[in-house]
Write a protein that binds this ligand. Sequence first.
Ligand SMILES: [Zn+2]
Length: 125
Amino acid sequence: MTPSPATAAQNLPKARTVLRGRRAELAERLVRIQRDRQRQEQPLSADFSEQATERENDEVLDRLAEATAAELRQVSHAIEKLDAGLYGLCEICGEEIAGARLAALPDATTCQDCASDRKPGNGRS
Ligand SMILES: [Zn+2]
């Protein structure tokens, strides 16, 4: 089940466009979240119920920022691989990642098997 190199090569320009768009989108979102977060660094309201709400908002923003930053790292990493000519190759086993998986997850850097198969003893050695 080796996809023809032609297929992978044909998909590269599209993957690059998708990943660059995604990276720009995530970077912009992260900036926006951080700006919101900074706005909330201002002194807490005197009102106790307001304070609770503000703290909750901070937590939500922190989690959002964390998730966005993680995705941004993943997308940037996929772009690096693209630039290095290694896009579409699994980082763990070195096999080609299935086209369908890349279509669904353009920033995937591991094949389906390695992604789902972190635990040993799955009888696939
Ligand atoms: Zn793999």
